[in-house]
Design a binder for this molecule. Structure first.
Ligand code: FEO
Length: 398
């Protein structure tokens, strides 16, 4: 991608990745992702974060196109994950006098991933680095998304270089600023990036939001996705809602099913919920939909009902994968229902009960387990489960 001005002598160097199928080799990115780096040209030339390694050649060329033969003085490392530090070694090799700017946790990562850094400048919260006309102020925001993560606030134009925070999946297809693009496209991509990558660290995100609140931010330049310069509230409001587990009225139902019996149980629950006035109901087959999308809806809706058949005396494997992801992310404030099916000695519901114990969400009804095809007695139980869930939700969202 060509370089673009954010402000006088501040350049966006962003690269679109439409080749990678799985971000972190886990999460599907059918619409790709961008890696955004920033360059400030002043008395001291400064890079803020780099890019993923597959873009090194064009990245170095773009930098040279802007600064010619001048050396880069500083590389500010907001975040060391290799999707942003992938070009670090190439930058240091090309500009050996460069000083790496980071906090006390940053340089240990530099050493473990790349090399023992030679020239370093350690910063602490509120420290300022003078570049000439531009001043950079630093604030650590640990665990959003790694322990060393910090943000850099450019005080002349009030630009927050925010690292992963406020980032998004999805490439930048021409437009890079929020006012140049239809944000409908990014609605799910911003949320999936948040829930998939940062969602485990909601309390840390809340602390970061509060810590950054006093800054007079006029532009947010993240390391992925659009740059926010017109409607900052669009992304700030959403981040605040998601990271505070502020859930909407609705139910996510997930099931695993080999021959359709557990699916039938899910359909009974879904229909009854609709009859009881619940309008947001999302039913997923755990074998069909990647947990990236399901976890996203779990961060949206307060109700969660999960069903599993027994599979060799255990949970159905794809349900197990999803539940492991949920336990790992540990979102809060949900209501839970569990059900399942077995052919001989069970294993589905037995393990769903263990999930319920671990996740500690309020169970709205007792676990329900059918043997083989769905029969009248169990169907009645499923209706009661749906009724109990609907009642809880109506009470909460009066
Ligand atoms: Fe985009 Fe945590 O790296």
């Amino acid at each position: 991608m060509q370089y673009i001005n954010l402000a006088d002598n501040i350049y966006f160097l962003g690269y679109n990745d439409r080749r990678t199928n799985l971000f972190e080799n886990i999460w599907p990115i059918p619409h790709g992702i961008s890696y955004n780096s920033y360059l400030i040209v002043d008395e001291k030339i400064t890079l803020i974060d780099t890019v993923e390694r597959s873009f090194i050649d064009e990245y170095l060329e773009s930098i040279e196109e802007i600064i010619g033969n001048r050396p880069i003085d500083y590389l500010v490392i907001n975040h060391m994950e290799p999707d942003h530090s992938g070009a670090l070694k190439a930058i240091v090799n090309k500009y050996p006098e460069i000083t790496l700017v980071g906090n006390k946790k940053t340089f240990a990562f530099v050493e473990s991933f790349y090399m023992e850094p030679e020239n370093v400048h350690m910063v602490h919260d509120n420290d300022v680095l003078e570049l000439g006309k531009h001043r950079l102020q630093f604030q650590t925001i640990p665990m959003v998304h790694w322990p060393e993560t910090m943000v850099t606030f450019e005080e002349t134009n009030n630009i927050l270089f925010s690292g992963d925070a406020f980032g998004s999946y999805g490439t930048l297809d021409g437009g890079i600023f929020d006012d140049e693009i239809n944000l409908d496209f990014y609605e799910i991509e911003v949320m999936r990036y948040f829930t998939n990558i940062v969602g485990k660290y909601c309390p840390h995100t809340q602390r970061a939001i509060k810590k950054l609140a006093p800054l007079n931010i006029k532009m947010i330049a993240a390391t992925h996705g659009p740059i926010w310069r017109t409607d900052l509230d669009w992304v700030l409001t959403r981040y605040n809602k998601w990271s505070s587990y502020d859930l909407d009225k609705g139910v996510v139902i997930v099931y695993g099913s080999m021959y359709g019996n557990t699916q039938k149980m899910a359909e009974v629950i879904a229909r009854r919920l609709a009859e009881k006035g619940i309008k947001n109901i999302r039913v997923y087959d755990a074998s069909k939909t990647h947990s990236s999308y399901i976890i996203n809806d779990i961060f949206k809706y307060k109700g969660f009902i999960v069903g599993s058949p027994a599979y060799n005396n255990a949970l159905f494997p794809n349900v197990q994968t999803l539940l492991s992801t949920i336990e790992h992310m540990a979102p809060k404030n949900h209501y839970l229902g569990i059900f399942g099916n077995f052919a001989w000695n069970g294993g589905g519901v037995k393990n769903l009960k263990l999930f319920a114990e671990n996740i500690k969400w309020e169970q709205v009804y007792e676990p329900i387990e059918e043997k083989g095809s769905l029969k009248k007695e169990r169907k009645e139980e499923l209706l009661k489960l749906a009724d109990a869930m609907a009642e809880k939700l109506h009470a909460d969202f009066e």
